[in-house]
Design a protein around this ligand. Structure first.
Ligand code: SF4
Length: 658
């Protein structure tokens, strides 16, 4: 019997064919051995599917009752999946977002609308919430296989991520052992978290990251970072179109996806690594050294075009640089394929080459998607040059990356204004939106406004009033306080003044780059009935302003200083300019909406459950304007406007608002 093996070079279409004539019985033995080794896995899958469907059909909602708004939200999720639509959902804290999206998605699976769901998030803590929801549904009888993907750098068993078979025993022989490992894993486990994966990966001596990917392709639910769906470099590529058509993507805290998508779809390159490679490879590989030299030369001619300026915008991506990078990438690929280097300096050179190769490939890939939504800019940094293909509007690429999936559920407590997020996350006109009302009562939250100007030039004068505000809260109310500032500098300034005036205060101040234990210590200090009360100083948009759950009396007062505008900078201005050009309000798109999102997130730390009560104080006179008022949630209104003595002296009209 004639057999033929064909390799196809996907990009060029080039084919290599290998043909042989073999006796029929030999082929039959080969084929049967293959099928027989696959049979136990196929049998396991068939049985699992039957058990899965049965368990979903009889699965009750895992809590005693739906909370206010929860049934409505869950219904909207189910309908969007059934109708193959995207849903943009603003669901406030307390709606129970995780279960309100996972439960209907699982039910849709039971009805045959879905084969698989992805639950993607920006942070590890929200991934844990999804795992917990899976466990909870498991206690109610659900049989569903879910896999959590953890980043390679975090889950790697080695001191250094070097994935070649020479460097890593978990990569060496991976494909010989992975089938047995997956079979063992799937026979024993359904909730495949990081710990579970590590246990089985060690047992079978396979790479835990690769194993998580292999397990994900054969699972019902995948929990992981946004990257695995949206990032062109990392996304799971082995999903067939058929699989995608039966998969729903649940995007938690979707407000984060706008900036994350900008990062994923942008690419930047530095000049220095190419100069270093040019020198390092001079003797080892003349061709590669010349390739790096050509890239370096292209950078130099671009730098010259800047003249005396330190930065500049190029309307078109530089063609010359792109061509040189393509040539360099081909040479680097050949060099890397040639294999191992034993000396220590050789290894570090190889790593350098690998890094430059990936950076070049990233740049080339992004250059391929470059259109009017992009801009190229260049900056001089000390002796180096940085060039960036910057994606100002990620909506079209998000739409493209997500093409083929059955449905998307974008949800967040702060998907506000909805029109902006629909626009930025690639909604089509016929896609659905839903705003779930807050399940909490108005009596739980008091909101006050101290209308000071916190604009950069006026900050000096705000230290006194903010300290007085804190003193008033500490003397007049019980419980701990968390106060957020738009920058570290501003925060430290006020903290210093507060420390001078309240030497006995229980003061905690956020620092840059806090380690896990330090963060835990900071949050751990917020205990109910702590005396004296804790006053935590933190930055807006930082680690304590999102995803922090200080329930009950652990946190009863929150102060947010400023409207959260991002720092004025090149990229923000480029975004503004772009959206101005499309007839939208560029300042709102680049500054106001992302800023207000931080304010809403920080304010949202206060009321987390039906039992929580507290005071939220907003400090900024811009909240008096109708534009900003419109961006505040209904449950924060009406604001009670405060008057400070210092302010009263400066602005006579102020009393009108009291
Ligand atoms: S193959 Fe896996 S375990 Fe080995 S270095 Fe790479 S990530 Fe780490």
């Amino acid at each position: 019997m004639g057999v033929r093996l064909v390799y196809i070079q996907v990009d060029s279409g080039e084919q290599r064919r290998y043909e042989r004539e073999l006796p029929f019985d030999e082929l039959e033995r080969f084929f049967m051995a293959m099928v027989l080794s696959y049979a136990p896995y196929a049998e396991l899958q068939v049985k699992h599917m039957e058990a899965r469907t049965r368990s979903i059909k009889s699965l009750p909602f895992p809590y005693e009752a739906y909370r206010q708004g929860q049934r409505y939200f869950a219904g909207a999720v189910y309908k969007s999946i059934a109708d193959r639509k995207k849903l943009f959902a603003k669901a406030p804290t307390g709606t129970g977002k995780t279960i309100s999206t996972l439960f209907p998605a699982v039910k849709a699976m039971g009805e045959g609308h879905l084969k698989r769901l992805f639950y993607v998030t920006a942070r590890t803590t929200t991934r844990t919430a999804a795992e917990e929801a899976m466990v909870l549904m498991g206690t109610k009888g659900l049989i569903l296989r879910s896999v959590t993907i953890t980043a390679k750098e975090k889950i790697c068993f080695q001191d250094e991520v070097r994935c070649s078979s020479q460097d890593c025993p978990y990569a060496d022989g991976y494909y010989d052992r992975i089938n047995g490992a997956i079979l063992d894993l799937f026979t024993q486990e359904t909730l495949i978290t990081r710990n579970v994966l590590e246990k089985y990966a060690r047992k079978h001596r396979v790479c835990p990251f690769e194993m998580s990917l292999d397990a994900a392709y054969a699972s019902d639910a995948v929990i992981g970072d946004y990257n695995y769906v949206f990032d062109p470099r990392i996304s799971l590529k082995r999903l067939w179109e058929e699989d995608k058509r039966n998969t729903a993507i649940l995007v938690d805290e979707a407000h984060n996806l706008v900036d994350r998508a900008r990062e994923m779809f942008s690419a930047e390159l530095m000049k220095a690594p190419f100069l270093e490679l040019q020198r390092a490879y001079k003797l080892r590989s003349r061709a590669l050294s010349e390739g790096a030299k050509a890239v370096n030369a292209a950078f130099i001619s671009l730098r010259k075009s800047l003249g005396e300026k330190k930065s500049g915008v190029l309307r078109e991506p530089p063609e010359e640089l792109l061509q040189r990078l393509e040539e360099f990438a081909a040479l680097a690929e050949r060099e890397l394929a040639m294999g191992s280097v034993s000396s220590v300096s050789g290894e570090s050179q190889e790593q350098q080459l690998l890094d430059a190769y990936y950076a070049a490939q990233g740049y080339i890939r992004i250059a391929g998607t470059y259109d009017e939504r992009y801009v190229t800019y260049m900056e001089l940094e000390r002796n180096d040059v940085r060039i960036k293909l910057f994606c100002r509007d990620p909506s079209a690429l998000l739409r493209q990356m997500g093409k083929g999936y059955r449905s998307y559920i974008f949800f967040s407590a702060t998907l506000s204004p909805l029109g902006y997020y629909r626009d930025m996350l690639g909604a089509d006109e016929e896609d659905y939106s839903v705003s779930v009302p807050s399940p909490f009562s108005k009596e739980q939250l008091e909101v006050e406004l101290l209308p000071l100007s916190t604009r950069y030039r006026d900050r000096e004068g705000t230290r006194g009033p903010i300290v007085s505000l804190l003193q008033r809260i500490l003397r007049g109310r019980s419980g701990n306080v968390l106060i957020f500032f738009p920058s570290y500098e501003y925060m430290n300034d006020v903290a210093e003044r507060f420390r001078e005036q309240e030497p006995g205060a229980n003061l905690l101040v956020q620092e840059t780059g806090m380690r896990e234990e330090e963060r835990e210590r900071f949050l751990g200090a917020f205990q109910a009935e702590r005396s004296p009360s804790v006053v935590g100083f933190a930055v807006l948009g930082g680690i304590f302003s999102e995803g922090v759950d200080l329930t009950g009396d652990r946190l009863t007062n929150v102060v947010v200083v400023g409207v959260g505008l991002p720092q004025v900078g090149t990229e923000r201005n480029l975004i503004k300019e772009y959206f101005d050009g499309t007839g939208k309000n560029g300042f709102d798109y680049a500054y106001v909406y992302p800023g207000m999102n931080k304010v809403l997130q920080a304010g949202g730390r206060l009321i987390r459950t039906e039992r929580d009560r507290g005071l939220l104080v907003l400090v900024d006179d811009r909240f008096l304007s109708s534009g900003y008022q419109q961006l505040l949630p209904e449950e924060w209104k009406p604001l009670k406007v405060l008057r400070s003595r210092e302010q009263e002296a400066r602005t006579r009209w102020f009393g009108l608002y009291e």
